[in-house]
Design a protein around this ligand. Structure first.
Ligand SMILES: [Zn+2]
Length: 480
């Protein structure tokens, strides 16, 4: 065994890996949602305790396949693992003080053999986490070698007899280790991003952990907050979500103004039945809920917790589904004002689709980054169902009447559609990455399109109600 101290970090392939390489590795990670983040020193010490107790079993396992050749590339790392096990073995795990002592011995042993291995980390807790990550790589590598030898049939006769059980145990063990290793690296990545955000305020796209990297064309201005309150406070500062948050926050007041000031003054309001007012109110309610959900999502999408990040994205889609559903129901309600059976049938169909739109986003596949077009397609299809009653209208009232009825609502549909196409195409930031980080992104344009769509639909809804009231006066006065 090489007894000399190694003064340089060992090359990747055995032991540690360079900063850039780690970054690349972390991109392929996945982790268990809801895993608690080791933010406190004590969390790191506890993680060390569990790593060391596992290390014992894992080295035993590797030693049981010890007839494989330990070449010069691996022997020093292997002997370091043994040294760490021996030095920490007599310090039993338990209280925080024991954890701290164990951590000191662990770091000392590792640094005595690899002088520069932990130099980038300042505190004991940071060194512990870095050390675990480094050693985790070594043990995984050794285990892979042991499995390879076993699978090639080079194990001893004793092992051959026990092979079926060992194979099952080993694969379960390997899977468990792989998951644990991924969680540790994920936590480390989040900690780094939080630290950077604390130091610099706003961070760059490449500083974000992988699940937060959504649009690579927006290069800077990212928040990364360690809790809800930090996210809420960030509403008042300037960052790359400011436009998205404020456009819809101010939009809520706009819709409230229309609902409580302009709508009651409209002549249709005075000619309306209770059901008419209910349908209009449903639209206003859905619009406000959509804007509120959007604000919530854009405020909270910097939270350093992947489970919550995914949940807030779902909240956003839930709001959009209800808005589209309520808008379509107002079209169906007025289109079939004098045909109550068809009216209820079409509205029920739309309601079912909207509930589907509320449920679907909670399915993880629906939210995949590469499925933006599928999401857009679903909502556009949902929106297009508002033209379903057109067949019945043409049959009963003719093409001209139908075209006149759908004229106003087609305008709001076009506004939504235009916004959705820009949203999915990520133009203009796709053409000029980094230039629209704070203002003018495709998402900002989509937000303005949503507001424009809401206002345009309000005017369309008033025209449709006028149409419906005229028809009711002439053909179905019993409706009043
Ligand atoms: Zn948005």
């Amino acid at each position: 065994m090489n007894k000399e101290k190694t003064t340089m970090r060992p090359a990747r392939g055995y032991g540690t890996f360079a900063k850039g390489q780690r970054h690349l590795r972390q991109h392929s990670m996945q982790m268990r949602p809801g895993h608690p983040l080791p933010r406190l020193d004590s969390d790191n010490f506890r993680a060390l305790g569990s790593f060391l107790s596992d290390l014992n079993h894992r080295l035993d396992f590797i030693e049981s396949y010890g007839n494989f050749k330990i070449d010069t590339g691996v022997e020093y790392a292997y002997s370091t693992l043994l040294a760490v096990r021996n030095s920490c073995y007599n310090i039993s795990n338990g209280t925080l003080e024991v954890g701290r002592r164990q951590a000191s011995v662990f770091v000392e042993t590792l640094e005595s053999r690899y002088l520069n291995a932990l130099e980038t980390k300042e505190t004991l807790a940071e060194k512990v986490l870095e050390g675990i990550l480094v050693m985790e790589d070594w043990v995984s590598d050794l285990e892979t070698r042991a499995y390879a030898i076993r699978d090639a049939g080079l194990d001893t006769m004793n092992h051959v007899l026990e092979r079926p059980k060992v194979v099952v145990d080993a694969s379960m063990h390997k899977e468990h280790r792989a998951r644990k290793s991924i969680e540790l690296k994920y936590d480390s990545n989040i900690q780094e991003a939080l630290l950077r955000a604390k130091e610099q305020g706003l961070i760059r796209f490449e500083d974000l952990p992988e699940p937060w990297q959504v649009n690579p064309n927006i290069r800077s201005g990212y928040r990364f907050c360690d809790g809800h309150w930090a996210c809420i406070r960030s509403i008042m500062s300037i960052h790359n979500e400011s436009c998205n948050i404020w456009s819809h926050l101010l939009g809520i007041f706009l819709v409230l103004g229309v609902a409580f000031h302009f709508y009651p003054q409209h002549m249709n309001f005075h000619a309306s039945s209770t059901a008419d007012v209910f349908i209009a109110s449903l639209f206003f309610f859905a619009a406000i809920k959509c804007l509120l959900c959007s604000c919530t999502m854009h405020t909270m999408n910097s939270i350093a917790h992947r489970g919550l990040l995914a949940r807030y994205a779902c909240v956003d889609y839930t709001g959009i589904s209800l808005l589209v559903g309520a808008s379509i129901m107002s079209v169906e309600y007025t289109a079939l004002y004098c045909e109550p059976i068809s009216q209820i049938a079409y509205m029920a169909f739309t309601a079912v689709l909207s509930v589907g739109g509320v449920y679907l986003p909670w399915n993880p596949t629906f939210n995949r980054k590469d499925l933006a077009w599928v999401r857009v397609l679903f909502y556009v299809t949902l929106a297009m169902t508002c033209f379903l009653p057109s067949g019945q209208l043409i049959w009963k009232h003719g093409l001209e009447y139908t075209a006149a009825f759908y004229g106003p609502v087609s305008k709001s549909m076009l506004v939504y559609l235009g916004g959705a196409v820009i949203y999915a195409s990520k133009v203009p930031e796709r053409w000029f990455p980094g230039r629209f980080d704070y203002f003018g992104t495709a998402h900002n344009i989509w937000h303005i399109a949503v507001l424009g769509g809401i206002v345009t639909h309000y005017f369309a809804m008033q025209e449709m109600f006028s149409h419906a009231h005229n028809r009711a006066a002439a053909q179905c006065p019993a409706a009043y």
